[in-house]
Ligand binder design. Structure first.
Ligand code: IPM
Ligand code: MN
Length: 355
């Protein structure tokens, strides 16, 4: 009997539905080849639904999603909805509700893709960022006083727990070991200023590493210097582990280094639960409905998903097809510059997997 997986699909806002459609096309082609059945169930959560119903995430939303094997997300963000409502009410609510304590972001330059960094090639740009995804400034601790007055005070506190830090650090060590490349894990923090939070990260990192991962080399870089090294010497990085806010920032830089948002994918991962994969580029409202947005990031998100489902050959095939398209077909990853429409890119990848 064919293996089967229940996949919850959240196309979301803007160009999300367009790129997700192509990812589903690729998954169907790959499923056919490997005799794997994907049962997709769509949820219309996002800006449009919020405008129509006032509901961001239904009350039983998290419990509903827990019944699936995995989740594929398009994009969250709507120009007519005040910033923060969908981001916090939907995206962060899903990440927190499903305890996606890892945000995994590979930064890998495929042959044929132009990086803005002159003189660096695919052999130099291949690292993975493991971003803590449930704590730090994102935990939402804080408040304000005297709002709107000249005496206003705003406090936003970064929450870092030993448990939260340790499970993230352990995931990163395990990932680095499994990846088996340079066996080097770099902690990115700001130990020279954040002498409480970064200190907890640093102690946990070395304690855990020394005791349980003696085969993995430990390195440290300040977050500001990391921005410099990611551009100057990206080949220094193998796997990076980083707290939430710093991770948010450096992974956008990572996306540019690997060729842009058109190719950058990420996973919100709960290794013991239901994970959620997404192109990291956002909803790009100005391109909505034009058929010009690049679906390779969404397709790569689907590739990360099937890899975590244990479908290694299928994941390999999808990645090879994406690499083939980058090297031989798509000349520019930018929206409207691919030389193909969104659905033609999906056809290329699906066709390559079939053929
Ligand atoms: C990301 C995004 C989100 C984040 C936003 C949309 C809340 O930028 O996935 O990196 O900050 O985590
Ligand atoms: Mn971000």
């Amino acid at each position: 009997m064919a293996a089967s997986y229940k996949i919850a699909v959240l196309p979301g806002d803007g160009t999300g539905p367009e790129v997700v459609a192509e990812a589903l096309k690729v998954l169907k082609a790959a499923g056919k080849k490997y005799d794997v059945k994907f049962n997709f169930t769509e949820f219309n959560w996002g800006g449009e639904n919020y405008k129509a119903t006032g509901i961001v995430l239904p009350e039983d939303g998290i419990e509903t999603l827990k019944k699936y094997d995995s989740i594929l997300l398009g994009a969250i963000g709507h120009p007519d909805v005040k910033p923060g409502i969908l981001e916090k009410g939907l995206l962060l609510a899903l990440r927190f509700g499903l305890d996606h304590y890892i945000n995994l972001r590979p930064v890998k330059l495929y042959p044929g893709v132009a990086t803005p960094i002159r003189d660096k090639g695919p052999e130099d740009i291949d690292f993975v960022v493991v971003r803590e995804n449930t704590e730090g400034l994102y935990a939402g601790a804080g408040g304000n006083l005297k709002k709107g007055t000249p005496d206003e005070v705003a406090i936003q506190t970064s929450i870092n727990t030993r448990k939260g830090v340790e499970r993230c650090v352990r995931y990163a060590f395990d990932y680095c070991r499994k990846r088996d490349k340079r066996k080097t894990l770099t902690l990115v923090a700001k130990t020279n200023v954040l002498t409480y939070a970064s200190d907890l990260w640093e102690r946990t990192f070395h304690e855990v590493g020394k005791k349980d991962y003696p085969d993995i080399k430990r390195e440290y870089a300040h977050v500001d210097a990391t921005c410099m090294w990611m551009v100057k010497n990206p080949e220094w990085f193998d796997v990076i582990v980083v707290e939430n806010m710093f991770g948010d920032i450096i992974t956008d830089l990572g996306a540019m280094v690997q060729g842009g948002m058109g190719i950058a994918a990420g996973g919100n991962i709960n290794p013991q639960g239901v994970s959620m994969y997404e192109p990291i580029g956002g909803s790009a409202p100005k391109y909505t409905g034009k058929g010009v947005i690049n679906p390779l990031a969404a397709i790569s998100a689907a590739q990360m998903m099937v890899l975590d489902l244990g479908l290694e050959k299928m994941a390999h095939d999808i990645e090879q097809a994406v690499m083939w398209a980058c090297a031989n077909k798509i000349k520019n990853l930018g929206a409207g510059k691919m030389g193909y429409s969104t659905s033609e890119v999906g056809d290329l990848i699906a066709g390559k997997i079939d053929g």
